[in-house]
Write a protein that binds this ligand. Structure first.
Ligand SMILES: CC(C)(COP(=O)(O)OP(=O)(O)OC[C@H]1O[C@@H](n2cnc3c(N)ncnc32)[C@H](O)[C@@H]1OP(=O)(O)O)[C@@H](O)C(=O)NCCC(=O)NCCS
Length: 453
């Protein structure tokens, strides 16, 4: 295996599959200046993004330099860029914590920039690219693969499932009767640079305890705070940042936002939250209180917020906010024993899991055990090796359903109601196995993810 994951070769079967169609799928070598330069043009075209300036592409390329880039070329046509792209990297995914609140992270294969030009759509190119990604992830020992998606209909077929939802908020500020927080925090205006640095520190403090979170890379930090990405800070309206500090002066919450005007009426501005992170409840409340009570702002919009954001308890009038929930962080288990042993558990218990996986990686009949004296750590083995497996509560499900459960963001009962899980064993149909699975697989903190990747 190559040391550098960016050079990990594509399994021959996928290369051959596209070669049959006259297409050349290749890894873009990190030292291939031309190949690297062409790549972001193809990605932007794929996502209907405008062509960028060289400065903007430079930032994009800096980020891409840390990824394994796969490009598909059609050598029969005179097109200077790849006709399909996918980029990926090895990183961390936070998993549910133990009852003692000890966070857990696992290696996870992040997949991004999946594009196929419309001229070449529906020929199986994305399928070949995605299947080779899962192969690389598994070959390199990643129990999970993950992605955020442009369309929710694309990735279930490869075993991915939404494991952490995100909420969008629209707050009518005229209805807010802010009820505050018992521990007020000091608020400070901050430059975008200072706020970015503080936000990064807060995020990294919090990340090990937020299931679904991943490390954010430097160029994404720049974009979130409109710094150094070639995007002028005021491209989308006036960009501002605010920081909340505790009694020791430590930043515990940071927000960046921009305000747009809707016409002639000064009181009708709209405020858009671009990013917000908090390491304590008082900081979070202070920053949200600041945002929703902003002078001259009629509406506040925020996206990618956790499903357990406590904001509606602070608004005074719950109906000041309209909240919509949607899928955001998609996860795919590749190695069942490693994936389930990597997370923490709140309770002791045992559960049999008969998993089906069309691509083979997670297929098997498994036994998950968390012993009472194991401090929330699990042992996972083949059911055939466990003499008590036949008597244990059990579930039969496909890998996407198991992946959906992996961060504790959906209950086994909900998936059973949707026909995605059936009970196994002597009490099948009684609900006992679903209840046992619910107790074992839950997370004390709702999974979330506040960035795109
Ligand atoms: C989405 C996209 C990558 C699909 O590429 P593609 O090469 O046409 O896909 P494939 O031909 O390999 O199709 C693979 C499967 O996905 C299905 N599929 C493809 N596009 C789909 C769509 N937009 N919605 C639902 N299913 C789709 C195909 O029917 C096929 O199903 P099957 O193999 O189970 O029968 C391509 O349309 C694209 O680049 N879109 C714009 C950028 C984008 O949204 N990228 C995804 C970022 S997360």
């Amino acid at each position: 295996m190559t040391e550098d994951f960016r050079r990990h070769p594509i399994d021959e079967q996928y290369v051959a599959r596209l070669a049959e169609r006259g297409l050349r799928m290749t890894v873009v070598d990190p030292d291939d200046v031309e190949g690297q330069a062409a790549y972001p043009h193809a990605v932007n075209r794929g996502f209907h993004e405008p062509d960028r300036t060289e400065e903007q592409y430079r930032t994009f390329r800096d980020a891409l330099q840390r990824r394994r880039l796969v490009a598909v070329y059609d050598d029969r046509i005179a097109h200077p860029w790849p006709i399909a792209t996918v980029g990926s990297w090895s990183t961390e995914l936070t998993l549910p914590a133990t009852a003692a609140g000890e966070g857990r992270v696992a290696r996870s294969w992040a997949i991004s920039t999946v594009t196929v030009l419309p001229t070449h759509a529906r020929q199986g190119i994305a399928r070949a690219m995605l299947e080779q990604e899962l192969r690389v992830a598994a070959e390199r020992g990643h129990p999970y693969a993950m992605l955020t998606v442009s369309e929710a209909t694309l990735y279930g077929r490869y075993g991915f499932a939404p494991a952490a939802d995100a909420t969008s908020w629209r707050i009518d500020t005229a209805r807010v009767r802010w009820v505050g927080h018992p521990t007020p925090r000091r608020l400070e205006p901050a430059t975008l640079e200072a706020a970015r640095d503080e936000a990064e520190r807060v995020y990294e403090r919090v990340r090990p305890n937020r299931p679904g979170w991943i490390p954010v890379w430097p160029e994404r930090w720049g974009q979130l705070f409109a710094i150094g990405s070639g995007i002028a800070p005021d491209e989308k309206g006036v960009r501002r940042a605010v920081v909340a500090r505790d009694e020791h002066g430590t930043a515990t919450a940071v927000a960046t936002y921009h305000v747009t005007s809707t016409g002639n009426d000064f009181e009708e501005h709209e405020l858009h939250v671009d990013f917000i992170v908090a390491s304590d409840a008082a900081g979070l409340a202070a920053v949200w209180g600041y945002l929703v009570q902003m002078p001259l702002v009629a509406v506040v919009h925020a996206h990618l917020q956790p499903t357990d954001l406590p904001l509606r308890w602070l608004l005074g009038d719950e109906r000041a906010a309209r909240v919509t929930v949607g899928d955001h962080q998609w996860v795919r288990i590749l190695d069942v024993p490693a994936a389930l042993a990597a997370r923490g558990y709140l309770e002791a218990g045992a559960l049999r899991l008969r998993v089906h996986d069309g691509l083979g990686y997670a297929e098997g009949d498994w036994m998950l055990r968390v012993d009472a004296d194991a401090d929330g750590a699990a042992k996972v083995a083949a059911a055939v090796d466990d003499p008590e497996a036949d008597a244990a509560p059990g579930l039969e499900l496909d890998v996407a359903a198991l992946s959906a459960l992996s961060l504790g963001g959906v209950t086994p009962f909900e998936l059973a109601q949707a026909g995605r899980i059936t009970e196994l064993g002597p009490d099948a149909g009684s609900g006992r196995a679903l209840a046992a699975a619910d107790r074992l697989l839950r997370s004390a903190v709702a999974p979330s993810l506040t960035v795109w990747y």
